[in-house]
Design a protein around this ligand. Structure first.
Ligand code: UFG
Length: 318
């Protein structure tokens, strides 16, 4: 298939680009490099540096049969203090992309949505029919795009899938997390191991969980990538499907730190700090829907394996 990957110079987009190329697809990456890296775009893909707002001429020329859309601002904390950037890039940018798709007669899209659309859950594991009450601007912008896709499917015959990611981690094809501003737990712990950061601050150990630290559902980026390839051809025109993507098991911050110590054989000095605003105690996905609809099965459910892949890739890069 001829596909356009928006945000293919970022962590997840670059891994999915590599998987698409391996699957024999013809890939053009569109990325403005605001947070991505040109050298992360796998060789074999055509790279165009442009923003979502300027995607129309690119779509007109490439004439893709499908779009995979990863391009977004994704820092929860930043979204609270700079909401304008989030509404502009994530919502206006996506609207521009969808209009560019219509103009180029491309109506198939897989969109990177997020667990943050649900906010504080009433029940875990979280199913797709749980209430969506985002507690931050980032989640609100992603939820707005999900609504946009529902109406584009209904009115313009788009075939759309929103994949609601939980905590993506690990590495594949030599591509791992490489954010200029790193906020995620596993890469921060690995920076401490590598000596580029002095210690890890645990954001609260008084949560109502067995060890008092927050529980999250860590999904390996390769399993996430498999889901994108399955989702690409799944919906019919007029259909918008929503799937949660997690491995279904929760691990606490303390368990992650223990796994990092075990895998790397290094100490990880820790300080206990205040809770981080907006952090729910527990976020674990029910991914039953995508398992039964598309036959998706995560292969990397072991936390140590996820950490090991992230660590090995980070070491090769440094
Ligand atoms: N944490 C620490 N110390 C750190 C970094 C994180 O204790 O230095 C804790 C957080 O408080 C949280 C857990 O580690 O309990 C995981 O935090 P991350 O920042 O790695 O991930 P989040 O769970 O906050 O974020 C994920 C996705 C977001 C999404 C969010 C939904 O990465 O895109 O879930 O709430 F919005």
């Amino acid at each position: 298939m001829r596909v356009l990957v928006a945000g293919g110079a970022g962590y997840i987009g670059s891994v999915v680009t590599a998987a698409l190329l391996e699957g024999g697809h013809e890939v053009t990456v569109l990325d403005d490099l605001s947070t991505g890296h040109a050298d992360a775009v796998p060789s074999g893909a055509t790279f165009v540096q442009a923003s979502l707002h300027d995607s129309a001429p690119v779509l007109a020329e490439v004439r893709p049969e499908a779009v995979l859309h990863f391009a977004a601002k994704s820092l929860v904390g930043e979204s609270q203090v700079e909401p304008g950037i989030y509404w502009d890039t994530n919502v206006s940018g996506t609207l521009a992309l969808l209009e560019a798709m219509r103009a180029a007669d491309c109506r198939r899209i897989v969109f990177s949505s997020t667990a943050a659309t649900y906010g504080e859950p009433e029940q875990v594991p979280i199913r797709e029919d749980a209430p969506t009450r985002p507690t931050n601007t980032y989640g609100a912008t992603k939820l707005a795009v999900d609504a946009m896709l529902t109406s584009y499917a209904a009115a313009y015959d788009f075939a759309a899938v929103s994949l609601r990611y939980f905590n993506v981690a690990g590495a594949a094809y030599g591509l791992g997390e490489r954010h200029t501003t790193e906020t995620h737990l596993i890469p921060i712990a690995l920076q401490v191991v590598a000596g580029t950061r002095e210690h890890l601050t645990v954001y609260g150990e008084d949560y109502p969980t067995p060890d008092g630290t927050c529980i999250r559902d860590y999904i390996h980026v390769e399993d996430l990538s498999d889901a994108h390839l399955l989702a690409l051809t799944a919906p019919s025109p007029g259909e918008h499907r929503i799937y949660n993507l997690g491995n279904g098991t929760g691990f606490s911050v303390q368990q992650v730190i223990d796994a990092v110590r075990e895998v790397t054989g290094h100490p990880v000095p820790v300080e206990v700090g205040q809770r981080r605003a907006g952090d729910p105690a527990q976020l674990v996905a029910s991914s039953e829907r995508i398992r039964s609809d598309l036959g998706w099965t995560p292969k990397h459910t072991d936390l140590a394996g996820i950490v090991r892949d992230a660590w090995e890739t980070a070491q090769k890069r440094s």
